[in-house]
Design a protein around this ligand. Structure first.
Ligand SMILES: [Cu+2]
Length: 141
């Protein structure tokens, strides 16, 4: 009887280890570089479409190569992700991030894990920028 209990406990323990996803915040990140404003096109978001997967850690590097300030906003998308941190110019910011503004030449690394599937709009909401082409799509599967 005792052997059966020990074996049952071992089976339960091993299956729970198989099912557990572990600490999703400590994966090797999938790197994605995105330009908000390029040298050739001040009002570009490049790439304009992002294909992401739930459960993966992403390191999104946002770079402003333009000559004016740009911002990145995707309110619905940011409700469905978990942010580990944003790193920029020697500063780490943790918590819920809804919007990132980048001065010309600025760069920020954003580490996050998508937790909800869907299609979301992203845009630069500075007056006139979205209309000039600063809009894109995030697809999370
Ligand atoms: Cu802009």
């Amino acid at each position: 009887m005792r052997k059966v209990v020990v074996m049952l406990a071992m089976v339960l323990l091993s299956t729970s280890l198989v099912w557990a996803a572990g600490d999703l915040s400590r994966q090797t990140p999938v790197e994605l570089k995105v330009l908000l404003g390029t040298k050739a096109n001040e009002f570009a978001i490049s790439p304009k479409t992002w294909n992401l997967q739930t459960g993966k850690l992403y390191k999104l590097t946002l770079v402003n190569e333009g000559k004016v300030k740009h911002e990145w906003v995707a309110s619905e998308f940011t409700l469905g992700i978990w942010t580990r941190k944003v790193e920029t110019a020697g500063v780490e910011v943790k918590g819920v991030i809804n919007e990132i503004e980048l001065l010309p030449g600025a760069k920020a690394d954003w580490y996050f894990v998508p937790i909800r599937t869907g299609e979301y709009e992203m845009a630069c909401e500075i007056e006139g920028h979205k209309e000039a082409g600063m809009v894109g799509k995030i697809i999370v599967k």
